[in-house]
Design a binder for this molecule. Structure first.
Ligand code: GLY
Length: 370
């Protein structure tokens, strides 16, 4: 085994969750190694960056977790910006959820938290909204962050500036255990093709949709999402529009990120499909007809890490020494702040307060067992 890293915590996965956890650990003075197979496929580079516990219609403990994370985001972003010297593109733009009928609106899980809009109110918030939408909910407290172009880059730089060690292109082959079952090492193949064994007593699994490949007991599976972006006129859209099956997220410079298909049967099938792209195009034409003529800039896809109840897996994992920060499904960007804080706190043995303890209990990995 390579002994040099024995005291380092290994973060398995270099996507948004891996970077966010590594950053919080490094801020606490912990030495960290991030092991990542292919960072470019991370969901953090794919998502639209909505911070939307209310617009997504979350409920129960997932809503509690989302709200707790939303509350932490300004401070979390300030830390990343301070450590990196780079902006993250946080915008408290508010999100509008349009509905065809008042009945659909009132049945929405977070209806009581939003501000009700009639058609005139909708047109004020979203000039040019399609005619089929008669009412809506405005969630002023929800927003967005430019995950693809700003947040991921700022986190990378913040981690490097705090001394985090990166192994990119390295594939974790196995988690090694000692005779008591405790994690004691990571067996990997480096980008140069060498097999190595790192001595390691604590690791955090942040492998997104691929988490089950390393720890088969974890009920995490991929839900493919296809997306595109449009270049609109600057300020053409001020609020995020969150329609059924399609949402439009306007960045500062007029780029509109459009998502997303939700393909549960696609497995890890890579690539765009004509049906998926047509679905997005139909959604754009319905929500904001004028945007149907704006030029497409990029089209891409990725894999959400989903679990049976669509909530993440947090806290201690199935083997001592392994922590979990995976399975965030549609809400990874929103939940990164609280996930990083709870996970780094757990690894560093900081006692959680009662609310944090309740959240960790609600999202333990074996909650699905009878
Ligand atoms: N957060 C939205 C999505 O996963 O499409």
């Amino acid at each position: 085994m390579t002994a040099a890293s024995a005291s380092a915590v290994c973060v398995l996965g270099g996507g948004l969750m891996g970077l966010a956890v590594a950053h919080q650990l490094a801020r606490r003075g912990q030495s960290v190694t991030v092991i990542s197979r292919r960072r470019s496929e991370a969901a953090g580079f794919v998502a639209a960056g909505m911070l939307a516990p209310h617009a997504e219609g979350l409920s129960g403990e997932l809503l509690d977790l989302g709200q707790a994370s939303l509350e932490r985001i300004p401070r979390w972003v300030a830390q990343i910006e301070g450590d990196s010297g780079l902006g993250c593109g946080l915008r408290t733009s508010g999100i509008v959820v349009p509905f065809r009928t008042a009945t659909e609106r009132d049945a929405y899980p977070t209806a009581s938290i939003g501000q009700t809009l009639d058609r005139i109110g909708l047109e004020r918030e979203i000039p040019g909204l399609g005619p089929e939408w008669s009412t809506g909910l405005l969630f002023e407290q929800d927003g967005q962050i430019d995950n693809r172009r700003q947040l991921m880059r700022a986190l990378e730089r913040a981690c490097v500036s705090l001394g985090v060690h990166f192994m990119e292109g390295a594939e974790v082959l196995d988690l090694e255990r000692d005779s008591t079952g405790q994690l004691c090492g990571i067996h990997l193949r480096s980008a140069e093709g060498e097999q190595q064994q790192l001595s390691c007593w604590q690791a955090v699994l942040c492998s997104g949709a691929w988490s089950q490949q390393l720890v088969p007991q974890l009920p995490v599976f991929p839900v493919k999402g296809q997306m595109l972006s449009l270049q609109g006129p600057r300020e053409a859209l001020k609020r995020v529009i969150f329609g059924p099956g399609t949402y439009l997220v306007p960045r500062e410079d007029g780029l509109i990120v459009v998502g997303a298909t939700s393909e549960r049967d696609a497995g890890f099938a890579e690539g765009l499909t004509p049906d998926g792209q047509k679905q997005l195009q139909t959604g754009i034409a319905s929500l904001l007809p004028k945007a149907a003529g704006w030029p497409p800039m990029e089209r891409w896809w990725g894999f959400r890490p989903c679990t049976p109840d669509e909530g993440p897996l947090l806290g201690p994992g199935p083997l001592p020494g392994l922590w979990l920060a995976c399975g965030h499904h549609r809400n990874g960007v929103l939940l990164a702040a609280i996930t990083a804080e709870l996970t780094a706190g757990g690894v560093m043995k900081e006692p959680p307060n009662a609310a944090e303890e309740a959240l960790l209990r609600a999202f333990r990995w074996n909650r699905f067992e009878n």
